[in-house]
Design a binder for this molecule. Sequence first.
Ligand code: PMM
Length: 350
Amino acid sequence: MLSSERTGPRASDQPIPAVMATMATMPAVNPRRRQRRCGERGRPGRNAGNVGHGGLPSGFPSLPAPDAERNGPARYPGRVPNHCRTLVMGILNVTADSFSDGGRFLDADAAVTHGLRLAAEGADIVDVGGESTRPGAERVDADVELARVVPVVRALVAHGVQVSVDTMRAEVAAAAAEAGASWINDVSGGLADPAMLSTVAKTGAGYIAMHWRAHSTTMQQHAVYADVVDDVARELGERRDAALAAGIDPGRLVLDPGVGFAKTADHNWELLQHLDAVEALGQPVLLGVSRKRFLGELLADADGPRPPADRDAATTALTVWAAERGLWGVRTHDVRGQRDAIAVIERLYS
Ligand code: PMM
């Protein structure tokens, strides 16, 4: 189904007089409508219901307050504060081949230094990954992934940083939780490792389940949908149900549409245009669009797609949109820029 069939013709497709006629019949905008209260999700008047600010269901617990030992320096608060804004998850890839930062932080000291910088810039969570998931990437062995991730998690946690670990392996998730990670970010939503969901449930860590169809070497062959919005929402709903059935706390379960995973650029855009289908699954939503290829393609010129390092402004545009609709979080390389953008939106709606 095309998005125009789903929503009717867009305003920009209509002849100008038709647009003006439509506008004339629209109710006058109430200036107070743009205000929202803490505890509401998205713009006031939209999506009213049992969902807290930032896509948190009401009663969604803030992470446990750190004890004195784990608190660390004040500028690295060891918890996600119980605040009213979209969270920023800073990306720390301890990999050789991630598309934007591959090879830069393979050394543990360099990785920890960068993780602390992300925290100092305002990352609420630092997402440590030891295996690249860019299209075409080969898997690394579990022992390599463990050796990359665990020391970095331990060091960041010792500094009071809130850490998630980007892994598809239950074994790595268990070791990461043991080392102090508070979240497991599983791009496969539990599909890559049958032990993942029960393992996470046992650790009590929060769980981020992303929409996924296949490993990186073949995933783009799976970018075939009857209707990308309906199919992703249904498949992600199945992952939600599996996570809950395994005993993962519904208050600490976050869903992610998996932008760029088994999806073409058009699929990504259509999914974003209809993200309400994912929000309707009733869990907080994380968005991972930072510097991704579909943004490079959008901004391509005669030299080809815009390189990853020059995609931050486009990334920020989507962060603004995410903050405006009250998503739970954004996963990003550029922490400071996204925090600044979110601060502006928060002030505007305050
Ligand atoms: N994207 C990547 C890796 N991990 N995790 C979640 N939850 N969502 C994403 O969109 C996502 C992810 C790939 O990007 P990277 O190579 O920059 O880490």
